[in-house]
Design a protein around this ligand. Structure first.
Ligand SMILES: Cc1cc2nc3c(=O)[nH]c(=O)nc-3n(C[C@H](O)[C@H](O)[C@H](O)COP(=O)(O)O)c2cc1C
Length: 167
């Protein structure tokens, strides 16, 4: 089983969660390879023989980030603001020749709690392209906009990653 984890991050929180998810996937039997790649540098074509695609990013304005919300993050002092996020990466994907399992996640602020989820929006688009959901979209909490990650969420991300291959 080969997995690809594509993520986007401004302050590093979603990057940490993505790393933990990848570690969780790696703990499972039958997993040969897990690649962890930033959306900004991920190839537009999926590598051959990917069995599980995992996509995650920060929730911005109730959805996936876009150029204007990334600019806003930059203005708020975010240290790594990518030119291309998961929204644009997904937009560049083509329908896989045979259905590939997909899971999506996001990070969201726990204070204040806001509605909306980048993971849900990403899943909708990916299912529209012909990917098959492995699990329902999941959110992980961060404090404020810059973090840190809420207590227990790194461990929960690892467990969520491990559970993905069981489906
Ligand atoms: C422009 C902007 C809009 C945001 N909108 C939301 C939102 O609608 N809901 C939410 O829960 N968090 C929102 N956040 C907080 C982000 O989800 C938070 O910054 C992110 O989880 C941090 O992850 P990162 O370190 O990987 O960038 C927003 C942040 C920014 C910069």
């Amino acid at each position: 089983m080969r997995a690809l984890v594509v993520y986007e991050t401004m302050w590093g929180n979603t990057g940490e969660i993505a790393k933990s998810i990848a570690e969780g996937i790696r703990t499972q039997q039958g997993v040969d390879d897990v690649q962890l790649v930033a959306a900004a540098t991920a190839a537009e074509e999926l590598p051959a023989k990917v069995d599980l695609l995992v996509v995650g990013g920060p929730t911005h304005a109730f959805s996936m980030s876009k150029a204007s919300t990334r600019d806003s993050a930059r203005q708020q002092g975010a240290p790594t603001v990518p030119e291309r996020g998961i929204r644009e990466w997904i937009d560049g994907l083509t329908t896989p020749p045979s259905p590939i399992m997909v899971a999506t996640f996001d990070t969201r602020t726990v204070n204040p709690r806001l509605p909306g989820s980048a993971a849900k929006k990403a899943m909708k688009r990916l299912v529209g392209l012909g990917f098959r959901p492995a699990m329902k979209p999941e959110s992980f909490g961060v404090h404020g906009y810059s973090g840190p990650i809420a207590r227990g969420e790194v461990e929960r991300a690892r467990e969520w990653g491990a559970a993905l291959t069981a489906t």
